[in-house]
Design a protein. Structure first.
Length: 600
């Protein structure tokens, strides 16, 4: 999360984003605040309409000036809303009026409408020299935000206060490690409301943080207590989540600045001394060092899942094809997205899927689905080899929607497949043939590295261009010692490499070589190569990234190419484009990604 220095009091490290939590409450009277230094501006109507939210929507604000966008689950290409004209942070969606609120870079309260327009509502009344980068709006219109200074405090604005002419009044709430204890900062890269508590993912410390107030967020809290919990068991490690929100289904969402990965985490007993955390899914999203997020709820959506298998019964060692069908049974409400999870029994082997959005991590299949309109359905498939002995195989699949689901009974489907030997049929005696000598055994658990490279569709000569390379392990064993190589095009005269922790890269002329360390099953890492083009560069340049691991179970997906058209100096600035499609190449050839030219 990029920090925005403003005129307000000091506090603790966090980064912006949130969704209102809890049920609607009666607004409380305004609390007294410290010395008021008005200089506010009268509140006026926002320049546009509020955000439409018939189903859940997820918002990201990235860059400086800040670009507001919507995010489609499972996609790393957000859809921009309006133009980037102002810099702001600590965004939060207000369920009460449908607008997003933020702290502007000039220290004022800002309001963003459904077209991305930003309105300056006036200056805060309390403090100076604070840096706010986290915010959350609770139900009833209470906007909470945090600073990154050392005084360990939380601030609140009552958004339903109609009088901003004399300044925007704030309530300061100190934070401690226990009631009456030592000051403690929230220390998260972001916060969001789950019920009446604020939650965040503590930056690069493998911890979740919970802020519990001594009174209801709509009441008159005087202090908050920050508790820390281990996030490593659910796989949220080495992460800095600059964007966080609460799904309408009650799960927490975190967007990692470095990788773009979006973690959906279920919290059972969230108010207890020892809550239980479960990782629901990890999906792709856009990475950005300047990252903030929020969400709106939408209506309830009834999703149902049905699991079928063929053939049934299956012969010992035969191939079973499972089909998982998700249907939106709601009359009018669309689903913004969902996650399907299927933990496959250990005696089913050689698991494989080609369904978009689906990946295996060990014996667990996870499929991330996008929008599903009311009345529509979508199916996912995977295959598995049946056990070699007779008996039966039982397993279940579960769907979790982004919205609240009014009927949980149809969210799981279980199927039993008998494994039976067919009746023998007479066959002629075959002519004996010599048996080949047995070859070396193959390991039952192996990594499967997949590389994906993207680049801008156009670039300007004598300027920089950045390639983004994602290496993901889709196998059921860790990859250890893999190497990524990339020979840059001849148009590049100098380059630099940005890597996550644990990755070591060297550059020799135009040859980039990266030792990737250990990549656990289901995990990915991102390497970014930025090259400066020569002044006389022109035409199309294509280069390929390759990853090698001696234990890789599938080498056909170990390379990926990206093509960029270079405009010569003086030809004008290239238009903004984004990656639009992936061309599937023949087996053994690189995967070439081309970018759309919308608006060019």
């Amino acid at each position: 999360m990029r920090r925005i220095t403003m005129r307000t009091v000091g506090i603790a490290a966090l980064a912006g984003a949130l969704i209102a939590g809890g049920l609607a409450a009666t607004p409380a009277a305004s609390e007294p605040v410290g010395p008021a230094q008005p200089q506010g501006s009268a509140r006026v109507a926002a320049p546009g309409d509020p955000f439409a939210c018939p189903s859940s929507r997820f918002f990201l604000s990235q860059g400086s000036p800040t670009q507001m966008s919507t995010l489609t689950p499972g996609s790393d290409e957000p859809t921009e809303i309006g133009a980037a004209t102002r810099t702001y942070n600590a965004i939060g969606y207000n369920e009460a009026d449908g607008f997003i609120y933020a702290i502007l870079s000039n220290g004022h309260l800002g309001r963003i409408d459904g077209e991305g327009n930003v309105e300056d509502l006036g200056q805060l009344t309390d403090g100076n020299n604070a840096t706010f980068n986290a915010g959350a709006v609770h139900s009833g219109g209470r906007y909470y935000f945090v600073t990154t200074n050392a005084n360990s405090a939380l601030y609140r604005i009552d958004l339903d206060d109609p009088n901003y002419a004399d300044g925007i009044h704030t309530l300061r709430i100190p934070l401690f490690d226990e009631p009456g204890g030592n000051p403690r900062g929230a220390l998260s890269a972001d916060v969001t409301f789950l019920g009446d508590d604020l939650w965040g993912e503590r930056s690069n410390s493998d911890q979740f943080a919970r802020i519990t107030l001594d009174d209801s967020p709509t009441g008159s809290p005087t202090f908050g207590v920050v508790d820390l919990f281990n996030a490593a068991p659910v796989g949220v490690v080495d992460s800095e989540s600059g964007a966080a929100w609460t799904y309408a289904n009650g799960n927490l969402g975190f967007s990692d600045n470095d990788t773009g990965d979006i973690y959906q985490v279920r919290v059972d007993n969230p108010t207890a001394a020892t809550p239980t955390f479960t990782l629901v899914a990890v999906s792709e999203g856009p990475d950005s060092s300047v990252n903030d997020g929020t969400a709106c709820r939408g209506g309830d959506v009834d999703l149902a899942i049905t699991k079928t298998a063929a053939p049934s019964p299956v012969t010992p060692g035969g191939v079973i094809t499972y089909t998982l069908t998700v249907e939106n049974l709601s009359g009018t409400n669309d689903s913004s997205g969902f996650v399907v999870s299927d933990t496959v029994p250990a005696d089913l082997t050689n698991l494989s899927t080609s369904s978009p959005g689906c990946d295996f991590a060990g014996q667990t299949l996870t499929c991330t689905g996008g929008a599903l309109p009311a009345g529509d359905s979508v199916a996912f498939e995977y295959t598995a080899d049946a056990p070699g002995a007779t008996g039966s195989v039982v397993n279940a699949a579960t769907v979790t929607g982004n919205e609240r689901d009014p009927d949980a009974d149809n969210n799981t489907s279980t199927i039993t497949v008998p494994v039976a030997t067919p009746a023998p049929t007479p066959t002629p005696t075959p002519t004996p043939t010599p048996s080949p000598a047995p070859g070396p055994g193959q390991p039952s658990a192996r990594p499967d590295l997949v590389v994906r490279k993207t680049a801008p569709a156009q670039a300007q000569a004598d300027r920089s261009v950045t390639w983004r390379i994602v290496v993901r392990n889709r196998g059921n064993a860790a990859s250890v010692g893999a190497v990524l190589t990339d020979t840059l095009p001849k148009q590049v005269r100098s380059s630099r490499v940005a890597t996550p922790k644990g990755v070591r890269c060297t550059v020799a002329k135009r040859n980039v070589r990266c030792e990737l360390g250990t990549i656990a099953p289901g995990k990915k890492l991102v390497v970014k190569i930025t090259g400066r083009l020569s002044p006389n560069a022109k035409g199309r340049m294509t280069n390929t990234a390759r990853v090698t691991d001696a234990q890789d179970s599938n080498v056909r997906n170990n390379s990926s190419a990206a093509t960029t058209r270079v405009r010569p100096v003086g030809a004008g600035t290239p238009c903004r484009v984004g990656v639009a499609s992936t061309a599937v190449s023949p087996v053994g050839a690189p995967q070439v990604r081309t970018a759309g030219r919308a608006g060019c």
